[in-house]
Write a protein that binds this ligand. Sequence first.
Ligand SMILES: [Cu+2]
Length: 316
Amino acid sequence: MHLVPEHDDTAAATLVVNRATAARADGHLPSRRRRGLLIAALVAVVTLALSGCQGKLSNGFLPDTISDSGRRVTDLWIGSWIAVLAVGAITWGLMLYAAIRFRKRKGDETLPVQLRYNVPVEMLYTIVPVFMVAVFFYYTARDEAALTDTSKKPDVTISVVAKQWSWDFNYIDSNVHESGVHVDPSLPDARAKMPTLYLPVNKRVEFVLNARDVIHSFWVPSFMTKLDMLPGKTNILQIVPTQTGVFQGKCAELCGAYHSQMLFMVHIVPQAEYDAEMKRLADIGQTGLIPVDVSREKMVPADANKIPAPARTGGN
Ligand SMILES: [Cu+2]
């Protein structure tokens, strides 16, 4: 009679080795190796994703900014990340410490000391979050007030009117305009056909924002700020572009079928070049302004007064 021992360690060990060999033979990797590969793949994916970001670490992976307000937004963004990562590190550290220090040990079947109503701890986790929210609120409110401040006298005022699905730019001081039409961006030469907004570098520009039909949003991503454009209401945004170059602008509010194609180009140029463009627009007959009051919605009277008179009614 053949006896099988109740606990045959040799047999069990052989079984494990055989399983591992079999797994390798049919293409499965042992779990430790598989985990290693998984981590390597994850690192590769994250690296690839981050390398796709336009920005640098010093920008918090935001794109480079070309406006005075952009630096403020970037600093708020980076400051918030530093704060939340510091809180995260402390929280993860405490969690890890508690998980290791107070783990269940082999052979120890006793219940740990049960704690409740620990007033100092409860005070701590009430006061700390309130303090954190207060700090975030302070910096956000401070920066928001600066970003939306329109009290300074602008060097240039431009009335921007959004419409499905393009843009009108009225250069109020020069009494000239550019009226855009919707351009399919997949067409050859699309960028040249898009409406172009000219801005003088290092000058304070005031955008008077209105919409003819539905809600749009004025967004030049490199400015790091945007503002809604509401039918019947006027919003004002001031920016100082700090760098010359050609940039993209777009609508940032879903406004209908061709919302994603509601694009424009921004040329930030030295003053002389800006003046030359104003003269060119006048020379090709684009004088006067396209009035806001041809819009579908009636203006709220108090808001109508925010629009410089010529741009309200077409000037002249
Ligand atoms: Cu739009």
